[in-house]
Every structure is written in C-alpha cells, then in structure tokens.
Design a protein around this ligand. Structure first.
Ligand code: KG4
Ligand code: ZN
Length: 326
C-alpha cells in the first residue's frame, strides 16, 4: 500500500491506500480550524507548529502497517511553504528509514483524484476546482497531463466566502457559515457580476467582496440577506464562466472539486447546467471535498503505476504551481 501525507494548509492528514484495489485502509485528519478561527484565516507559523505536533501523533497509528508500505506520497505543491515543509520532511525521513520510494503529489491534482477514491478514474474530464487558495477550470487527461482553461485574477471563490464571513464577524472557514446563513436570507442586494463584459474565461472575486463591504457599511441589510445575495452572485460568476468553457470544449464529463464543492447551492446550479448541456456531473463524496490525504494517496497510486517517483534529495517544495494553458 501507499502511505500519503497532506499538510499544505490547515489540515494534517495521513492515509493508507491499497495499490491494487484502491481501497482506503486508514484515513485520519486533524483540522486546525478552531485554532485559526480567532484570526479569521490561516496563520502560517501557527499552522506549521500544529502540523509538527499532529503528524507524529497520526503516524503512531499507522506504524503497524510499515511492513506493507511500498511508497511514501506527500503533497509538495502548491500551498504554504512552512506547512508543506512539515509533511515533506516527515516523508523524506520515512523514505530513508523504510527504504521506500517517494512520490511528490500536486495538491490540485490530488483534489481531482478525490473523485476517484475507491473508484476507477474517469477521463477526459473538465474540472472546476474551487478551494481556499484556487479557482480554476482545468482539463484533466491523466495524473501528469492537466491543462488550464481559466484561473482567478485575484481572490479565490472559497477565500471570498472566508473574507465575507470575517467582515460579518462570523468566523473561519467562511464557506459553511455563509451557506448556512444564506438559507434564511433573500437575494435582494444587487451585487456586480464580475468580468461580465470581458470576453475572456477568467474569475475575479475582489470586486464582489468590496461591493459586499460597502453594503455591510450601509447597515441596512440583515446578515442573512447579505449572505444570500453574496452567495448567489459568487456562484452565478462560476456558472457564467463555466458555461463559456463548456461551450468551447464541449466536455462529456464535468466535475467540481475542492473545499467549496461541498456547497449544495453550487451543486444544484451545476445540476441545471448538466441538463442544459448534457454532460455527466461528478463531485467528491462530502468527506473528501476538503483537504485530506486519501485523495493524495489515490493520485499517488496512479503516479506509482506510471513510475513517477522521486528521491529524498530531489523532492522540492513548490508553494506556487502553473499548468500549461489548454
Ligand atoms: O480545498 P480546501 O479544503 O483547502 C484548500 O486547498 O484551500 O478549501 C477550503 C475552502 C475555504 O475557503 C472554505 O471557506 C471553502 O473551501 N468552503 C466553502 C464551503 N465549504 C468550504 N465555500 C463555500 N461553501 C461551502 N459550503
Ligand atoms: Zn485543497
């Protein structure tokens, strides 16, 4: 089996997955949401220290499987350099001690493989990736063959939820908080639809965020209505740009992945799109939408089968990554 380690942001997670049948044997995650909540976002130094505490704790629980491990996989890009480093250092130490191959996994590719946990891979696939750090539309062909159709010019989708939540003094992570609040609100505030007059396929969330800030300062709307109006427009922007990509590339399969793919309003809007454009819509199981090591293990199995290994002296941390454009 493969041992996978994830520490790119604020979740410490380890997973063990069987190579031949992709069965998830062990999966544990220690989240730091409470610790970062008072700051309204992730504090890298604090995150790094918490990973250093949590990683060996979880490792204790997988020690009895050490003899069955064929390779060590770890997220090495993209993410916060100080937190990626914690997982990568442990992976390197384990690869030396256990004399096993090392596999460096791109976290974004990991999110795509969250679709395939205990399942067969589906490709080609158009992917809308919506997380705290990224908002992208990608074309996925294989674990080492992904191209980028669109990305954000500024904030990400998830980040804009975090920032709106912070402006309303509601805590972190903002996504689930805003989604819940919006259920009791109405879409009555006229917020701008970003980039609607631009011909490009791209995202931008800083404009909506600033418009929300101005509406909050007016002090006339209920928090619920602000949440509902913001969420509606933020999702409309995703749908608007995804439509352009769908018209251009005509995918048979379309997936939504990343932490924000847990949003049920977002899912239902894309269900409508799936009917309109006749594509097969996929998303991960709820428990694998946010950061986890199971998706890293699943991507690593494909890399293992393709012989995409590295060694402890070569594996580098890359806080930022780029994909070739489609
Ligand atoms: O993928 P993820 O767990 O971590 C990163 O790789 O960034 O995504 C976390 C992001 C946060 O910004 C969080 O607010 C957002 O996903 N998120 C949501 C929802 N659940 C999590 N955004 C909107 N609606 C949600 N239900
Ligand atoms: Zn993520």
């Amino acid at each position: 089996m493969i041992l996978a380690i994830e520490s790119s942001c604020d979740d410490t997670s380890l997973a063990l997955m069987q190579i031949n049948n992709k069965k998830l044997i062990f999966h544990k995650k220690i989240s730091q949401e409470i610790e970062h909540s008072i700051y309204g976002g992730v504090v890298p130094e604090l995150a790094s220290r918490l990973h250093a505490e949590a990683l060996p704790k979880i490792l204790e629980e997988v020690k009895l499987f050490f003899n069955d491990i064929k390779a060590i996989a770890v997220t090495n890009a993209p993410g916060l350099s100080v937190t990626l480093n914690e997982g990568v250092m442990m992976a390197k130490a384990l690869s030396i001690a256990l004399k096993k191959n090392l596999i460096g996994v791109n976290h974004l590719i990991g999110h795509i493989y969250s679709l395939f946990i205990e399942k067969e891979e589906i490709s080609p696939l158009m992917v809308l990736l919506v997380s705290g750090g990224h908002t992208k539309i990608l074309n996925f062909f294989d674990v080492d063959e992904v191209c980028e159709i669109a990305t954000t010019l500024d904030d990400s989708f998830g980040e804009s939820f975090d920032k709106v939540s912070k402006m309303l003094n509601l805590g972190y992570p903002g996504g689930p908080i805003i989604e819940k609040l919006a259920k009791n609100g109405k879409d009555i505030i006229d917020l701008p639809l970003p980039l609607k007059n631009s011909p490009n396929i791209a995202f931008s969330y800083s404009g909506i965020k600033n418009a929300v800030r101005l509406e909050i300062e007016k002090n006339i709307y209920k928090k619920e209505d602000i949440a509902a109006s913001f969420q509606k427009k933020a999702i409309k922007h995703l749908v608007f740009m995804s439509k352009r990509a769908i018209k251009k590339f005509k995918p048979k399969n379309f997936a939504i992945v990343g932490g924000a793919s847990a949003n049920l309003v977002l899912r239902s809007e894309f269900e409508k799109l799936a009917k309109e454009f006749n594509f097969n819509l996929l998303y991960p199981q709820m428990e694998f939408t946010s950061d986890n090591a199971a998706m890293i293990a699943r991507a690593a199995i494909k890399m293992y089968k393709k012989g995409l290994f590295t060694t402890y002296d070569k594996l580098e941390i890359k806080p930022k990554v780029t994909f070739k454009s489609c």
